[in-house]
Design a protein around this ligand. Structure first.
Ligand code: BGC
Length: 372
């Protein structure tokens, strides 16, 4: 079978590889599920791995099959698979509990304290940019057929679901927390999904991006579901509090770390800031008003939390939210799926779009590997 692989830590090394089709028996205990990949998303993480910034090949390989945003159909199951059948649609989670930390042992590998981690398509495990993959049913989420057209958005949405769940859990420190307003920093694929998740929860949502609103699909999509959109070139996050008030919740997903300090200054008392950008660079920020920020955090009981990856429960929350989104804002998610690449062999096109997403006005780029 065909797959798209990279030579980790080597710039622009994406290439096609021919591999053996995996077998259900590759997973021990009869719990293996063979999945035909139907769609696989391409995102900033794939772009950064192809730029040689990170990525680790599995043991015994000098290449890593890319891809973690996935959607497929079950074609064969092992004898002990209970909850899935041939023909079911599934999305697989990304991280596996192969570390040594207590969190891996209890199945909360998304909270591992190990510095090494096992993530399909990212680190030490081959990913889903392939025609087939095999996985234990423990890591597969069943997808209702009615949301199959947009289910490739589930993996990126799961990251947001985890972030929001962390915020909710942390805010249980307050006997009453009735957040009303939220700011979402960054309105790319992840940012827009965050705007959606917060609108579904009834927040007044303010999205911020770099581009000016006119003719910007992402801005239109914010407005279509009742959120605002502002370009930070016209209104900084810090200045926006004069217009919208301080935010009860801020979700950061720009990839631009200096903005987190502005976010810290724009939070309401008892508010929470969620950080979700994996900023792999070496940027430093001058001119941070650290005394003021620190004092405000202390005097206002403000909180800030970093969040990465997602576990089964967050994918399941995401399935519910996609179903609700399709009911409340029918067709909105499909509008985010702007760039379809037919066939894995056209991977160069996908990377061109990822590297020039502004020029292409791309929100979600994905491969159609086989028809639904
Ligand atoms: C993936 C996560 C992963 C993170 C860090 C993100 O793009 O969606 O599942 O944990 O990258 O590797």
């Amino acid at each position: 079978m065909k797959a798209i692989a990279v030579k980790p830590k080597t710039k622009n090394s994406a290439h096609l590889v021919e591999m053996n089709k995996p077998k259900v028996s590759d997973v021990k205990g009869g719990k293996g599920v063979l999945v035909e990949v139907l769609r696989v998303g391409a995102c900033g993480t794939d772009r950064e791995i192809n730029a040689g910034e990170y990525g680790v090949a599995p043991e015994g390989f000098d290449f890593l099959v890319l891809g973690h945003e996935n959607f497929g159909r079950v074609v064969e199951i092992g004898e002990n698979v209970k909850d899935l059948a041939k023909g079911d649609f599934v999305v697989a989670t990304v991280r596996r509990p192969f570390g040594h930390s207590i969190y891996d042992t209890i199945g909360q590998q998304d909270f591992t304290t190990d510095s090494e981690y096992w993530e399909r398509g990212i680190s030490r495990l081959h990913g889903y940019m392939a025609e087939f993959y095999v996985e234990s049913e423990d890591f597969l989420i069943k997808i209702p057929p009615k949301i199959s057209e947009v289910a490739v958005m589930l993996e990126p949405l799961s990251i947001i679901e985890k972030g929001l769940k962390q915020a909710e859990d942390i805010q249980k420190r307050l006997d009453i927390w009735q957040p009303k307003t939220a700011a979402v920093l960054g309105t790319g694929n992840v940012g827009l999904l965050t705007v959606l998740a917060l609108r579904l929860r009834g927040f007044e949502v303010h999205g911020f991006g770099l581009q000016e609103p006119k003719g910007y699909l992402n801005a239109d999509l914010c407005k279509e579901i009742g959120a605002t959109y502002d370009s930070t070139k016209q209104l900084s996050v810090k200045d926006s509090v004069e217009k919208y008030g301080e935010y009860d919740l801020i979700f950061e997903c720009t990839g631009y770390s200096p903005i987190i300090f502005e976010a810290m200054e724009s939070l309401n008392e008892n508010g929470i800031l969620i950080l979700a950008s994996v900023t792999g660079g070496t940027r430093k920020t001058d001119g941070v008003e650290s005394d003021k920020i620190n004092q405000e955090f202390v005097l206002g009981n403000r909180a800030m939390v970093g969040t990465v990856n997602a576990n089964r429960e967050h994918f399941e929350m995401g399935v519910n939210d996609i179903a609700l989104a399709e009911a409340m804002y029918t067709g909105w998610l499909a509008k985010m799926m702007t760039h379809k690449i037919e066939g894995l062999e056209n991977f160069e096109k996908a990377f061109d779009i990822l590297e020039n997403s502004g020029k292409y006005s791309a929100i979600k780029t994905y491969f159609e590997v086989a028809k639904i």
